[in-house]
Design a protein around this ligand. Sequence first.
Ligand SMILES: [Zn+2]
Ligand SMILES: [Zn+2]
Length: 638
Amino acid sequence: MKATANGSDKLKELFESVTQVLPAECQVTKVEPEGPQIVIYLKNIKAFYDDESLITRLASRVRKKVLLRVDSSMLKDVNVALQDIQTLVPQEAGVDSIRFDPEFNEVIIEAKKPGMVIGKGGCVLKSIILTTGWSPRVLRSPTSPSEVEKAIRGAVFNASKERKKFLLNLGRKIILEGGPGQAEWVKITGLGGFKEVGRSCLLLQTSRSNVLVDCGINADTSDNKNAYPYLTAMNLGLDQIDAVILSHAHLDHCGFIPYLYKYGYAGPVYCTPPTRDLMILLQQDCVNVMNSEGSGAPYGERDVKTELNHVITRDYGEVTDVTPEIRFTFHNAGHILGSSIVHLHIGEGAHNLVYSGDIKYGRTNLFEPADVRYPRIETLLIESTYGGRNDIQPRIMDAEAELIRTIKMVTDRRGKVLIPVFAVGRSQEIMLVLEKYLQNEGITVYLDGMTREASAIHTVYPEYLRRNVQRRILQNNSPFENEMFKNVVGRDRKSIVESDEKCVILAPSGMLSGGPSVEFLKLMAPDERNALMFVGYQSTSSLGRRVQSGEKEVPTLSEGRKLSSMKINLSVHTVDGFSGHSDRPQLMAFCRNLRPKPQRIITMHGDDTKPDDLARGLNKLLHIETRSMMDLDSTRLK
Ligand SMILES: [Zn+2]
Ligand SMILES: [Zn+2]
C-alpha cells in the first residue's frame, strides 16, 4: 500500500469531526486509529452515556467501527476496580478470571455465563465502565477444559504491548496515510487451489493494494513443488502484502500463513474468532506431525506465535477496511466452525467479489446453511470439490441411518469401527449423530488426536452453531460432553483394539495421510471382523483413496521408518452424505439462490475435471459467463 496523504493532517481532521459530535463535557483527550477501528479516549464517559443518540451520530460521521475508552488518568486502581467488578457481576455468572490490560484500558472477564456479565441490554457492562473506568471485554469459558484455548488467550494477553504497537501502526496505514479509495484496476491471480484441492491462495491486487485471500498447503503430498502456493512467481516481496484474509481454519486454507511471518510478512490476518483458535490448534499439530515424520515443517512454533499476535478477529457481518480501497465482510459458509464466505468491496463500488471458501449449502447437525444474500456481487469464486456431473450425495437422514446400521452390524460381529475424520468439522458432526442414536446402546466412542480439543473450542462459540446445539451448550447440556465419549490420549491404542468392549474410534487425519487414524488402522487392519468407514472427502493422492478404492495391500511406515506393507483384511465402507462440502445440486442451488445474481462465476478448489464440469453446468443454468482458472492464471476484474 503506498502512502499518499499526510497522516497528521488526517488525524487532526478525525479529532475535529469527533469533537464536533461529542459535547465538551465528555472531555475527549485522544482519538486514534487502532487497526481497522477508531478508538476515542475521554475523561467523562458518563456524559457520553447520558445522550443515547451520540453513538449512532458518531458512527455515521466517522464511518468506521468506533470504540470508547476512559482516559488512563481516570482509571481506578486495579485492586479497587477488581472488588467493584466482583460486586457488580452476579455470582451465578461463574467468573473464572478477571485480568486488567493497561495497554488497552480493558478488563478481560472470563465467565461460564457471559450473558450475566453483560446484563440486560448491557447494563452490567455499563456499570463496570462507569464505576471503574476500565472497558470490559467478556469471554466465554469452554465447558470442558481446553489447554489450547487457555494457551491462546494467555499468549494474546501477554503480547498486548506488541499488539498495541502493531495495531497503531496498521491503523495509521489504513486510515491515516491511505490516499483516495478509488481503484484504477482490479486483478486476481490464482496462487494455489485452482484445478486442485489443497494450498488455496488467491492474490487480489489493485493499483495500490496486494491482499491474499487464504494461504494453505497441500498436506497430502511430500513433494514441496506441489505442496505450497506459488508465492515466488509473482515478483512480490512478502513485505509488500497488505493483509491476509482467511476463510476458515482447514490447513489447505491456512497452513502456509506462518511461513509468511517467518520470511518477512508483518501485516494482519483477518478471520473469525473460532477460526483463530482452530487455526492455531491445527498449525501446531501440523508442525509436530511434519517434524516427527522427518519431512521437516516449513516453519516452527515460533512463527505460529508471531502469526497469533497479528490476528485481528471479525464476526460475521462486520464491515472491515483492509486497505483504503478494499473492505470485506465475513458471511456464514456452513462448512466448519467459524467458516466464512468473504465478500470483498473494492474501490468505492468499482467491483464486488464473493470468495466462497468451502461451503455447505444444505442441512447438517452443526451449522446453518451458507448465506446467499449480499449487498452486491459482480464476480463469484466458488469451490467445486463435489462439482462433477455425478457428485450427488444421499440425504443426511439416509446417511445417518446407514452409518448407525453399519456400526451395529460390525459391533454385533464383535468387531470395532474406525472412522478417519478431520479433527475439525466431520468429527463433531459424527459425534452429534452417534450421540443422537447410540447413547443407550453400550457403545463407547474413542476420540483420538485433537478431536477432543477441537470439540471443546466448539463450546466456546455456541453462537456460531445451529440453534438447537447452541441451546444445549447454553443449558450446560453440551452434546460433546456426553459420557459415551472417551479420550484415547493417555491410553494404549493396542489395549483398546484388543479389548472386548463395543467401540467406535474417531481419529484424524481424515484421509489416512498420517496421524492416529493410520496408527489405529495398522492395529485393526488384520482382523476381518473390524471395519473402516470413510465419511469424508479422500483426495486423489491420499492413502485413504487407495484403500477406499479396494486395494488390499498398501505401503506403510513401520517403527524405525522402515517401509513395509499392510494387509487390508477389515471391511471397508464409505458412507456419503456427511460432507462439509456442498454436492453438485447444492452448489447449483447456492448459485441459483444467490442475490443479487453475479455477472461472472469462476470455479476453483476441485480435482481433475470438476471445476470445468461445474462451470459448464452453471453456464447452462444461469446463462452468464462461467469458467475455471488454473494456478497462475490472472483475470482482470475491472
Ligand atoms: Zn475446508
Ligand atoms: Zn478446502
